[in-house]
Design a protein around this ligand. Structure first.
Ligand code: FAD
Length: 456
């Protein structure tokens, strides 16, 4: 009876415990990816994510063929498709790597018990985080809401397992089972084709994830700690979409970083510590999402429910989205995002602060725009970071710490290099006037925040 390995947020063959388990079972292997946008509570992917997913699957299929397995594609609710595939192929076992959103966990739990009731072996594995969210807890057994003690507890926990090598060959199932053609899914934009900038900026897939990591560790790690906040510098790894889609595992990243750190000088060591801490933030976002599954819609600090968001100013929202606010660093970030599907972390913080504080637009609208436009759009990291900037989140920056985008630009883009890269008309008459006054909008934000503090 063949084994099914169900690919989800783990589009890779390296360090893939579900795949390794399927292979070790010793029966022919059926690899499947399901496009499930119909199960209850599933959030449809945004446009940039769909673009990435298409290319990531297009890269995974030949990687699997290289080790003699075919990737089967099917579309629909997992609770229909998977049991049907089991019945159709007579599979005796199903393997997958875990996901952490509530709707996904519920589907997985129901599938697991249903299939087991039918006598099918089902096993799930840890593959997408360094530490499973429920394994890290405070002394009281509760989830952490502050990063530093969370990360300290991670360091004190048993270390993540060593990464598993990719199987070199698989006994691919030789039976017949019809699948979809990837193009039928229409994940790519056509009219208009807005993905030109994404194609220039990215190469989805496992091979390029490993190349980026290598390049980062050998060429950039030593300067990472000092330059990671300078958007014009290209000092960061660029790994976030690859991690989001699981083209590379955080275990692999950790392991390779530790190798490079060993015996290296102080700058590399500092870079490594900082880089791994950022990976720790990634874990922390999932830890918080696991405890607060509605993170993308509900204030983590419920007192923020009292925040008096004014009626939506549609024109201001559109100017923010299009990068025509007249605040150069904000416009540079928003245009980088639209063109390339990503934005430097420092600038993400600046544009998010500007939207929620200077424009007084609800963070959820910013979260949605990022969800649609980021290639690394992630249920945990996006929602967590938006709430973090808005002040409503776990371990959040206090609300009254409002970024001044002009000072931020002076500090992190002192020569205007990043701004010029993204806003070529900056400094000419063609560049718009600011849509808000930074000083008075800051005051209005603080006054609105007073309502939250008084409602406590
Ligand atoms: P590096 O500096 O090379 O960091 C290495 C890895 O650490 C990243 O690839 C990422 O996986 C992780 N990481 C770094 N910073 C953070 C962080 N603050 N939170 C969580 N993980 C982090 N990141 C996403 O992956 N998906 C999102 O949807 C997302 N939305 C964001 C929204 C806002 C408003 C903000 C302020 C940040 C958001 N981030 C998100 C976090 C961060 O901006 C990106 O992970 C980072 O810019 C990716 O670039 P990099 O891979 O070169 O990072």
């Amino acid at each position: 009876a063949p084994s099914i390995v169900w690919f989800r947020d783990d589009l890779r063959i390296d360090d893939n415990p579900a795949l390794v388990a399927a292979v070790s079972r010793g029966e022919p292997v059926i690899a499947i990816y399901l496009l499930d946008e119909e199960s209850d509570g599933f959030r449809p992917y945004g446009g940039a994510a769909r673009w990435w997913l298409h290319h990531s699957l297009a890269a995974l299929a030949p990687d699997l063929e290289g080790i003699s397995a075919r990737l089967l594609l099917r579309r629909g609710p997992a609770e229909q498709i998977l049991p049907a595939l089991v019945a159709e192929t007579g599979a005796g076992a199903v393997f997958w790597n875990r996901r952490y959103g509530r709707a996904e966990r519920e589907v997985d739990a129901r599938l697991k018990s249903g299939l087991r009731d039918d006598g099918v072996e089902v096993s799930s594995f840890a593959a997408s985080l360094l530490y499973e969210p429920w394994t890290i807890a405070t002394g009281q057994g509760t989830p952490y809401s502050v990063f530093t003690p969370f990360w300290r507890a991670c360091q004190a926990a048993p270390p993540p397992r060593a990464p598993l090598d990719a199987p070199t060959t698989i006994d691919g199932w030789a039976g017949q089972a019809g699948g979809d053609d990837l193009d039928e899914w229409r994940l790519l934009p056509t009219q208009p084709d807005w993905a030109g900038g994404l194609r220039d900026a990215w190469e989805p897939g496992e091979a390029s994830a490993h190349r980026l990591l290598d390049e980062f560790l050998h060429e950039k790690l030593a300067a990472y700690d000092t330059e990671r906040d300078i958007p014009a510098q290209g000092a960061t790894s660029g790994l976030s979409p690859h991690l989001r889609w699981g083209e590379i595992s955080p275990n692999r990243v950790l392991h390779e970083t530790e190798q490079v750190r060993r015996g290296a000088g102080a700058a590399v060591a500092a870079g490594a510590t900082r880089f791994l801490t950022e990976l720790g933030w990634r874990d922390f976002c999932s830890h918080v999402l696991f405890a607060a599954p509605d993170l993308a819609t509900v204030n983590w600090r419920r007192e923020f429910d009292a925040f008096p968001w004014p009626p939506l100013n549609e024109a201001a929202l559109a100017a923010w989205q299009q990068g025509t606010t007249g605040i150069p660093i904000v416009d540079a970030g928003m245009r980088e995002l639209w063109r390339t599907g990503t934005m430097h972390n420092r600038v993400r913080m600046i544009v998010a602060s500007f939207l929620t504080k200077n424009l007084l637009i609800d963070w959820r609208l910013g979260e949605q725009w990022f969800w649609d436009t980021l290639v690394d759009a992630d249920a945990a990291s996006n929602a967590f970071n938006w709430q973090w900037v808005a002040g409503s989140g776990a371990d959040a920056a206090p609300y009254f710490r409002i970024f001044n985008p002009e000072l931020q630009a002076k500090k992190f883009d002192p020569h205007g290099e990043y701004i010029r890269q993204n806003v070529p008309e900056w400094g000419t008459d063609a560049y718009p006037q600011p849509i808000v006054d930074l000083a008075s909008s800051r005051k209005a934000a603080l006054a609105a925040y007073d309502v939250v503090t008084r409602s406590k």
